[in-house]
Design a protein around this ligand. Structure first.
Ligand SMILES: [Cu+2]
Length: 247
């Protein structure tokens, strides 16, 4: 009896701990830019999710206010594919627990050297959204693809500048409620922000002024954050603004 309880407890902790995810790096037009952790990524201290949308951590996770030393060089029009892993970045099978069905969303903000630079406030525009398409969730496609997310194209018209690009895995396996009512229910956001230096000749400045602390909520007015993936549904609409195209 004791043994079976211990086994159950172990299984519970194993499934909880095996769940989470970190960003590792990015490929640009198919070329791997290597390990970006703490170099170009403002890597968090934990691979645990953010579920409190009033927290500053929803922008760029818990070290979002600490600048990374370097910038990834890219050009307007380039295709970016971010790579994610759970514990071992050398193992393409170690991505995220398959229970974590959900969306992959990408946002951009002008890089602000001055405070507040932690990604809070009305500074973001949405570059891309991958939700439930072709009968499969984006995070499940991520697992099949060894941790590499679907490509995100920088708009050709994007003005040359320094930017923060935030990609978020949004796991929805327990998103059918509000954690204020039931602490076991919550959408799990895994945001990570990478610093970019973008070249080009465009003049489009991202101008959606999206603020995660205001635009993400559990109150029902915000789409895509309270959602039951375990019952039949027709379509899923991700949270946040429409994709900004630069046109
Ligand atoms: Cu998890």
């Amino acid at each position: 009896m004791l043994l079976s309880l211990a086994t159950v407890a172990l299984a519970f902790f194993a499934s909880t701990a095996s769940a989470h995810v970190y960003m590792y790096g990015v490929s640009i037009n198919g070329k791997d830019q290597g390990d970006g952790r703490n170099k170009t990524i403002r890597s968090p201290t934990t691979n645990a999710p953010v579920t409190d949308f009033q927290s500053a951590d929803i922008a760029c996770h818990d070290l979002g206010g600490v600048a990374a030393p370097n910038f990834v060089k890219a050009a307007a029009g380039d295709r970016l594919a971010f790579r994610w892993f759970h514990y071992n970045p050398e193992d393409p099978g170690d991505v995220i627990d398959a229970s974590h069905k959900g969306a992959i969303l990408t946002y951009i903000a002008k890089y602000a050297a001055a405070s507040p630079s932690n990604g809070t406030g009305p500074v973001w525009s949405k570059l891309d959204e991958q939700g439930f398409e072709g009968g499969e969730w984006a995070t499940i496609k991520l697992i099949s693809n060894g941790g590499k997310a679907g490509e995100v194209t920088l708009p050709k018209a994007l003005a040359p500048d320094k930017y923060l690009i935030r990609q978020e895995l949004l796991a929805l396996h327990r998103a059918d409620g509000n954690p204020k009512d039931d602490p076991t229910r919550a959408a799990e956001s895994y945001p990570s922000c990478m610093q970019f230096d973008v070249s080009g000749s465009g003049n489009a400045v991202p101008d959606q002024n999206f603020d995660f602390n205001k635009g993400y909520s559990y109150d029902g007015a915000a789409t895509g954050l309270v959602f039951n993936i375990h019952i039949p549904f027709d379509k899923y609409t991700p949270p946040g603004p429409k994709v900004w195209t630069g046109n």
